[in-house]
Design a protein around this ligand. Structure first.
Ligand code: UDP
Ligand code: MG
Length: 335
């Protein structure tokens, strides 16, 4: 096996690019995925980069593990991590990011829906100085209507609710610089919604439109159950608004209660059409209903704060510091 042009004039320190590939029961696609990724790696190596492929087997029940072991033994670029059970796509991606040694890390699905050739364009943007290059899907052929419609609604609702803008129609296919990766690694939250976390980090981010292909082989590994879990994580990790819902509901129902209270008092006092006990009952039910919802809302506010606290995200992220005339970037400063 040839060692490849590790060093070049363009890339004197031999910058390394890590490509992270989460895999769950992907035996049918892996050989082709490795072939396409290796082609991309060769193009990049011709430009003087080094490339490592980090495959994460998320507790597959088919031959994925066995294939990956074989590739890791025979292919100098391949590294593999195997989970003890299925932990889910987002945790597989997280493990890959943690293990990656590159100066930049690319996340890509194993099923070739995200064309590996786009990685070269991502690297161009990175070399221009961008820290995050995220792929935005212009077209998604071969997906069910249901998936397209739910995805469309999900990204729009998420964006409405989220405290940070999360780009529409953007998956995990993206390149991140070492600076961003280090910040991600310092975010120890349990329910991880990686694409939102990357948006939250900031730095210089840019969209790269691309056409999403059909899955190369096999079926989606995201059944409805996993999609719901994923969407819930996305919304709850990036928004405390659902918690505040009861305040709004409480205020609305209290206002409504006021009207009905006035109405039932009027009925009682000025007409003959009243049933014994009804007025008092209505007032008690409506008043208490409103008060309860408002109290739940107040609890929600506190829980929201506890929630943000226990997530232990860094409070702020320094992108660069100017120190006299030199610009010290955190990653370099830390070396
Ligand atoms: N995946 C994973 N663990 C899971 C489910 C999926 O690592 O529990 C991987 C899967 O192998 C693929 C990527 O996550 O590389 C995206 O999954 P898939 O293509 O099935 O999702 P879809 O494109 O249908 O949303
Ligand atoms: Mg897919």
């Amino acid at each position: 096996m040839d060692p490849g042009p590790a060093m070049s004039i363009n890339n004197p320190d031999g910058r390394l690019l890590s490509i992270v590939v989460p895999c769950y029961n992907e035996e049918e696609v892996l050989a082709e995925t490795l072939r396409r990724l290796s082609e991309t790696a060769e193009t990049l190596e011709a430009r003087g980069l080094k490339v490592e492929l980090v495959f994460v087997d998320d507790g597959s029940r088919d031959r994925t593990r066995e294939l990956l072991r074989r590739y890791a033994a025979s292919d100098r670029r391949v590294r593999m991590l195997g989970f003890a059970r299925n932990f889910g796509h987002q945790l597989a991606v997280t493990a890959g990011i943690d293990a990656a040694r590159g100066d930049a890390v690319v996340l890509i699905d194993a099923d070739l829906q995200d064309p590996p050739e786009v990685i070269a364009e991502m690297v161009d943007r990175w070399e221009e100085g961008f820290d995050v290059v995220y792929g935005t899907r212009t077209d998604r052929p071969g997906e069910s209507r249901f998936k397209l419609a739910t995805a469309r609604v999900f990204y729009r609702v998420l964006n409405r609710l989220s405290d940070v803008p999360i780009p529409l129609d953007t998956g995990d296919f993206r390149l991140m610089s070492r600076n961003v990766v280090e910040v991600l690694k310092s975010m120890p939250e349990q329910d991880r919604f990686v694409r939102g976390m990357v948006s939250w980090v900031g730095f210089n981010q840019i969209a790269l439109p691309y056409r999403r292909d059909k899955r190369f082989a096999g079926e989606s590994k995201y059944p409805l159950r996993k999609m719901v879990r994923f969407a819930t994580d996305g919304i709850l990790s990036f928004s405390a608004k659902p918690l505040q819902l009861s305040v709004t509901l409480g205020v609305l129902s209290s206002l409504l209660a006021m009207l009905v209270i006035v109405y039932s008092l009027a009925m009682r006092l000025f007409t003959q059409e009243w049933v014994p006990g009804w007025t008092a009952l209505m007032i008690a039910v409506l008043f208490l209903g409103g008060v309860q919802l408002i109290c739940v809302g107040i609890l929600g506010e506190y829980i929201g704060r506890i929630y943000r606290e226990v997530k232990r995200r860094p409070l702020y992220i320094v992108q660069e510091t100017r120190d006299g005339t030199t610009v010290v970037r955190p990653a370099e400063a830390g070396e």
